[in-house]
Write a protein that binds this ligand. Sequence first.
Ligand code: BTN
Length: 245
Amino acid sequence: MKIIKLNAIDSTNTFLKDMVSKMSIDDFTVVVAKTQTKGRGQMNSEWVVDEGKNLTFSVFCRFEALCVEDHKYLNFCVSLSVLEALNEIEVPNLAVKWPNDILSGNKKIVGILIENSLKGSNISSSVIGIGINVNQDIFSDKLPNASSIKMILKKETDLETLLEAVLLKLKKNIGLLEEKEYKLLEESYLKVLYKKNVPTMFKNNQNILFMGKIIGVSKNGNLQIELEDETVQEFGLKEVSFANL
Ligand code: BTN
């Protein structure tokens, strides 16, 4: 695997997407940057972290036969890879907040942004962007739910070693995806899904609060919540959030 190391860049996802559009690049090319000036998050948010203290990287993956419906499993793969690597360094109480924030307790320590290129109804390649809060000591008041591995473990973690561990897990799990081990990936993801089967207060996109419990992820990747009347409703990314997070 080829790893391109940069000091500063706007966004490793943007950089890698730009490279892919201009030249032919190897499968599993990785771009890692010490700092990003325009780090991008889900739903057009920003991803801002302290320089040199965290991991911000993107991985290019080419696929032979991954259909658009498989995006859900690609997302499972990426979330599980980071969670498994963090588990190995004993970060406690790990969970995946749907679709792919990694939490330790109630604190977010990882954000993931997967951007796909489509060819017809297939995903021909993806740029998988991962931001891990590793050795940052403090976060802005605007991010009350953010934390870092250092704040949780009370010690520094070596960035290179952690990057290597995540990449190894990603290779393994993408292998499972290519072998169409959907059931295994789904079972593993549901085991670590935050608040699965726990009665929880949610907020919909009209700010209306409601109680329900997460029961799974639908075929098209939406969150399935069982309401108090036992009916099941599906929610897309912008349609629901946790009332307390
Ligand atoms: C989120 O939680 O909103 C997703 C954040 C994703 C951040 C990573 S950092 C590396 C890569 N480059 C980016 O610009 N974004 C992703």
